[in-house]
Design a protein around this ligand. Structure first.
Ligand code: HEC
Length: 156
């Protein structure tokens, strides 16, 4: 299956951007891509704000807070304070940096400081959770995207 040849560069310091990855994925066959999307959209219905909120509450709110301001119940116990996710747009000259946020959440692409792993590498977590599914990498990518889109609605 063409899609399987798209290896996620987990763990290494690969500088693959989402753009390059997507390009690679697409050149691996629009057909496989289409099938994969149909398969995955059954698992994650991309674009549904409720889904994003649900995922955010489940995986992120404990640290980043229900509103995204970085004051979740776990945050006082952390050495590094969770980022205030409501300011991402403001801090990027008024443009919500979707791609960068996705890379930060995914974490497998060496965008944020790994080292002592202040924040879990969600790309690996989501992919592991979807291991039994047909397209774990795509499922993970879509989850990351849906969450990043939800965070865009929290901007102030
Ligand atoms: C265990 C606590 C914890 C959880 C859970 C958590 N984060 Fe974080 N997050 C952090 C901390 C701490 C930072 C700041 C330090 C860093 O950049 O690693 C951070 C930073 C970020 C950043 C900014 C990274 C950057 O490059 O500046 C984003 C975006 C983010 N988190 C999104 C998420 C999302 C989305 C989830 C849920 C899928 C999530 N976080 C879950 C602790 C957490």
């Amino acid at each position: 299956m063409a899609v399987k040849t798209w290896a996620y560069p987990i763990g290494n310091k690969s500088k693959w951007s989402y753009r390059e990855s997507m390009k690679h994925l697409i050149t691996n066959g629009a057909f496989a891509w289409g099938i994969a999307l149909i398969a995955v959209s059954r698992v994650v219905s991309a674009g549904e704000p409720d889904q994003g909120r649900e995922l955010y509450r489940k995986y992120c709110a404990s640290c980043h807070g229900a509103q995204g301001t970085g004051d979740g119940p776990v945050s006082p116990h952390l050495k590094v304070k969770p980022t205030d996710l409501t300011r991402l747009k403001k801090e990027n000259r008024g443009i919500y940096p979707l791609g960068k946020v996705m890379s930060s959440i995914d974490g497998t692409r060496d965008v944020r400081g790994h080292g002592d792993a202040k924040m879990p590498v969600w790309g690996e977590v989501f992919e592991k959770e979807a291991e039994a599914k047909r397209y774990p990498t795509l499922t993970s990518l879509l989850k990351v995207k849906v969450i990043a889109e939800y965070i865009s609605t929290l901007q102030r």
